[in-house]
Ligand binder design. Structure first.
Ligand SMILES: NC(=O)c1ccc[n+]([C@@H]2O[C@H](COP(=O)([O-])OP(=O)(O)OC[C@H]3O[C@@H](n4cnc5c(N)ncnc54)[C@H](OP(=O)(O)O)[C@@H]3O)[C@@H](O)[C@H]2O)c1
Length: 214
């Protein structure tokens, strides 16, 4: 069993991830500023901001795998990139595996094709979050060779507004957007969590981004 620190383990994505990891018997610690109204049995909740060095350093030191499910909103708007820079330093120094949940917009719509963001311009209010996801991936690509990292791009239609069902089914690609037979890009929160915990248990991507969708 792995010791897994989930940063933002009370959020939409992080909440599903801690639930799936605890269900499989991993030793899971969630980090967020507040405790959830309905804690997941078997998960330890630590409170504080990832902008606090002590909390961030402890989350890395005390785990085999650190997974960042934070969002660049609120207090972290414009600051998540700096948190990831520090995570890269800490995880490299401690020899920990680092996983990061990012966005779909930098996926290619076809092999060698344009990025999703370039073919379907997003609403202006979404641009800071989208750019943050792109910047974080670039930072990971520039991380020291010693760091074992992975970055997950969910489906374009993934999100708290469309939780979906737990099916246990998903497909994986590298940089190319997956769509279903109706041309839709979707993934439920539960199935994203299954894919991420599968990757933690059986690493298939090292120093790489992968995409998960139906
Ligand atoms: N289709 C897509 O491409 C897509 C869709 C959705 C999300 N995403 C990406 O997925 C990631 C997660 O998004 P989400 O919607 O699941 O996030 P979310 O629901 O907003 O959850 C954010 C989590 O971070 C915690 N948090 C916020 N500020 C913090 C701080 N300063 N210190 C510690 N914890 C803090 C929150 O808890 P507290 O507030 O209690 O601290 C919460 O647990 C983001 O990178 C987002 O861009 C991509």
């Amino acid at each position: 069993m792995a010791r897994i620190s989930v940063l933002g383990g009370t959020g939409y994505s992080g909440g599903h991830i801690v639930q799936e990891a605890a269900r499989r018997g991993h030793d899971v610690v969630s980090y967020s500023r507040s405790v959830p109204a309905e804690p997941v049995a078997g998960v330890t909740y630590r409170t504080g901001s990832v902008l606090e060095e002590e909390l961030l350093a402890g989350a890395v030191a005390d785990a085999d795998v650190v997974f960042d499910a934070l969002s660049p909103r609120g207090e972290l708007q414009g600051k998540l990139e700096g948190v990831v820079d520090r995570l890269i330093e800490l995880a490299t120094g401690h020899g920990r595996r680092l996983g990061v949940l990012g966005g779909a917009s930098s996926l290619l719509v076809s092999p060698g094709g344009p990025r999703l963001i370039d073919t379907a311009p997003p609403a202006p209010e979404l641009l800071p979050e989208i750019q943050s996801g792109i910047d974080v991936l670039d930072r990971l690509k520039g991380a020291p060779e010693a760091l074992d990292w992975f970055y997950v791009s969910p489906a374009a239609g993934f999100g708290a507004w469309a939780p979906g069902d737990r099916t246990g089914q998903y497909r994986v690609s590298d940089d190319v957007l997956l769509v279903d037979e109706d041309g839709k890009s979707f993934l439920s929160g539960s199935d994203l969590a299954i894919a991420i915990v599968d990757e933690i248990e059986n690493p298939r991507h090292s120093r790489a981004r992968f995409h998960v969708a139906y």
